[in-house]
Design a protein around this ligand. Structure first.
Ligand code: HPA
Length: 236
């Protein structure tokens, strides 16, 4: 159907979870969805549709970074008619107040990306989450007793920054609690095409203390985040 997606029209549900990693998309489909069916395998950027709590929902990998995510999300909106997106990712921590395994729910996303900057010459556009999804995620996280921070997220185009944490310090002092590589482009596209989006990340590595999550913790923490996100996706 598109150069990047061989799903047919109608193959995706109205709501789609967006992990970066294709194998995480497969794991989410196999672990959480009933009757999951693979709908996309172009470039091994896997997509699945199944049901969760009896409601239809999809999961589609985006690859890493804002250019890659933008391709999949643009097509999911404009070709497949998807209305609701929840990115489920990992992020680096920029403050000692965020512990390994904590969730950061991105209320807004600051970015160094030209994708957002160049769309609004003369302005610093603020890419923001959908308020309904954000409110639902915050209230469900509370119900479940999960440690969740609602904060500004940095979506950077650079993973290996030459100056490390130093380059993020000023942002951290202004409430930017995590760094990942996709949320701002997702929110920007959601605003452009009037759909709903949210990003939830598990903090896996702290750039301040250099603490990292163990492989074992990774799986169980990601489970909490994915279950929360699926509940929000199917109720909203
Ligand atoms: N930087 C960018 N993206 C990330 C990081 C990071 O340190 N950790 C997990 N995703």
């Amino acid at each position: 159907m598109t150069p990047h997606n061989n799903a047919s029209l109608g193959d995706y549900a109205d709501a789609v979870l967006l992990p970066g990693d294709p194998l995480r998309a497969k794991w989410i489909a196999e672990t959480f969805l009933d009757n999951a069916k693979q709908v996309n395998n172009v470039r091994n950027c896997l997509g699945y549709t199944g049901t969760f709590a009896g409601k239809r929902v999809s999961v589609q990998a985006t690859g890493m970074g804002q250019p890659s995510l933008s391709i999949y999300v643009h097509e999911l909106i404009n070709v497949y008619g998807v209305q609701t997106f929840i990115r489920v990712g990992t992020c680096g921590g920029l403050s000692p107040s965020v512990r390994i395994r904590d969730l950061i729910i991105a209320q807004a996303a600051t970015t160094d990306s030209a994708i957002v900057r160049d769309a609004f010459p003369g302005y610093a556009f603020a890419p923001i989450a959908d308020f309904g999804l954000l409110a639902a995620a915050v209230s469900k996280a509370k119900e479940k007793g999960l440690r969740a921070h609602v904060a500004n997220m940095l979506s950077s185009d650079i993973f290996y920054h030459e100056d490390g944490f130093t380059s993020y310090q000023k942002l951290a002092e202004h409430g930017v609690l995590g760094v990942e590589m996709e949320a701002a482009a997702l929110y920007f596209l959601a605003a452009r095409f009037n759909v709903r989006a949210l990003t939830i990340c598990t903090m896996t590595d702290c750039l301040v203390t250099h603490e990292e999550m163990s492989a074992q913790d990774r799986q169980s923490s990601l489970k909490d985040m994915v279950r929360l996100s699926l509940e929000v996706a199917v109720q909203s």
